[in-house]
Design a binder for this molecule. Structure first.
Ligand code: ADP
Ligand code: MG
Length: 445
């Protein structure tokens, strides 16, 4: 991971890790004041948020409205998708009475974007099952601005951010030791604060702070060291984005259930563990990740929840206890591998920052947090969120366990994974605050 991070920072196309510039060189620090809005367009859910903040890291009020993104919009036209988003914001604003407030809008857009500035950037490609061809290459902030204008709203995007960046912003708002953020939801990704002089592909990049948040797009990470199985290859073949997002396809919520389904399907073909009732196992994506989680977390003595999921969702009635145990084991292995890979990725970032306790081997700067022998490891916070991480305690346990295993107990104690709730959206609203004209003085990261 560290090697690929260096390669991605050295040149565009130097690595599968895109290491994208975000133009975010200042993060919220708690001094922001006022009312800000944001829109969070992720993979599964869509959110509109209103955040009212006061000095001293106080969120006075926050309102979040969720709705699922209709499946047909993920494969339709650019205009339809952005109209849907703009109309949702319009209906939200109509129910608020802050008509006079100057509205700064943060737009969280959780797909790879080549940013031109903090408020504009073009879509590199869709991920997580979205495929609207004509959006690729377009400025997505402009697409939203156009849709907002079409529905008569006098509000424009102030900050266009990746969900990882929004999450980092909220983490940093509460705790200035927050240096990275990770998302484990429908997809997976991470960002962290890099020194501008380490971003070699962008010579002469100057920021007030000397740092910039880099969006790794780690879902696309690949290495021959990754333990790729037959099932990973089959899964990849079923997706719209073959040969891409390899790391994501081993870790995130969109795919874990399907990996387990592929294993169970092969077992059904090669043995009689499921009897003749296993036809449904040939249906791609029939086992969703929340069901995989429910199977793994069933702690009833007779695995009654496993029986229910098999019966109701996979149309496999009467699987004997021994078979149910086997299904639990498969779900466990898929979960554990995902958690351990995510943990290894986090350690990669810590290593790049010289905060993995190895004395800054991967770092060239003494100020970047490496420690001299005998010193206490420096406190490091990683903001983390996503439906899979938040909704699946077993995955969290495996991830923590792997961090301790790789870092050792002492260093692991200095690393805090802090869960932020709706951070990707709230953080974007706070970044809109930082980057709007009426913002407080910016304090560098
Ligand atoms: P996004 O922001 O990409 O829309 P979220 O962060 O809300 O996604 O995560 C949604 C994903 O998290 C779902 O696709 C699902 O796979 C996974 N997920 C949600 N709840 C659970 C749960 N209880 N157990 C396991 N996975 C879950
Ligand atoms: Mg999200």
């Amino acid at each position: 991971m560290v090697v690929e991070m260096h390669a991605g920072l050295a040149s565009d196309g130097g690595s599968k890790l895109k290491m994208l510039l975000t133009f975010v060189d200042a993060l919220p620090n708690g001094n922001e004041e006022g009312i800000y809005y944001s829109i969070d367009l992720g993979g599964t859910n869509f959110r509109v948020l209103r955040v009212e903040v006061g000095a001293g890291s106080v969120i006075i009020n926050q309102k979040v409205e969720h709705q699922p993104i209709p499946e047909e919009l993920t494969k339709g036209t650019t205009e339809d998708l952005f109209n849907f988003v703009a109309l949702a914001l319009k209906s939200f604003l109509e129910r608020e009475d802050d008509q006079d407030v100057k509205r700064a809008l943060g737009f969280t857009f959780s797909f790879p974007v080549r940013q031109n500035s903090v408020s504009s950037g073009s879509l590199i490609r869709w991920t997580k099952g979205f495929s609207i061809e004509d959006t690729v290459g377009k400025d997505v902030a402009q697409c939203l601005n156009d849709a907002l204008a079409r529905c008569g709203l006098n509000v424009r995007v102030t900050a266009l951010v990746n969900d990882t960046v929004g999450t980092l912003a909220l983490g940093h708002y509460y705790d200035e030791d927050t240096v990275a953020a990770v998302i484990i939801g429908s997809g997976t990704n991470a960002c962290y604060i890099e020194r501008t002089d380490a971003i070699i592909k962008c010579q002469g990049l100057l920021t007030n702070s000397g740092g910039m948040v880099v969006n790794m797009e780690w879902g696309n990470f690949w290495s021959s060291h990754l333990p790729r199985t037959l099932y990973d290859i089959s899964l990849d073949d079923e997706t719209q984005n073959r040969n891409d997002q390899g790391f994501e396809k081993m870790i995130s919520g969109m795919y874990l259930g399907e990996i387990a389904r592929l294993v169970l399907h092969r077992m059904a073909q090669e043995s009689d563990v499921f009897g003749d009732a296993a036809d449904s196992l040939s249906n791609p994506f029939i086992l969703s990740t929340p069901f995989l989680a429910a199977i793994r977390e069933d702690d009833s003595p007779d695995l009654s929840e496993v029986r229910r999921v098999l019966q109701e969702h996979l149309k496999i009635p009467d699987a004997p206890l021994k078979t149910r145990r086997l299904v639990v084991k498969v779900c466990d292995i898929v979960t554990r591998r995902a958690a351990r890979l995510a943990a290894a990725g986090i350690v990669g970032i810590l290593k790049k920052l010289g905060r993995d306790g190895s004395g800054g081997v991967a770092s060239t700067s003494s100020s970047s947090g490496g420690r001299a022998r005998g010193q206490q490891p420096r406190r490091t916070v990683v903001a983390i969120e996503g439906g899979l991480y938040q909704g699946y305690p077993v995955l969290r346990e495996y991830l923590d366990e792997a961090l301790v295993e790789i870092l050792g107990e002492e260093v692991a104690r200095s690393v805090t994974l802090r869960v932020t709730e709706d951070g990707s959206g709230i953080g974007a609203a706070l970044l809109a605050a930082v980057h709007s004209s009426n913002s407080q003085q910016q304090v560098p990261i």
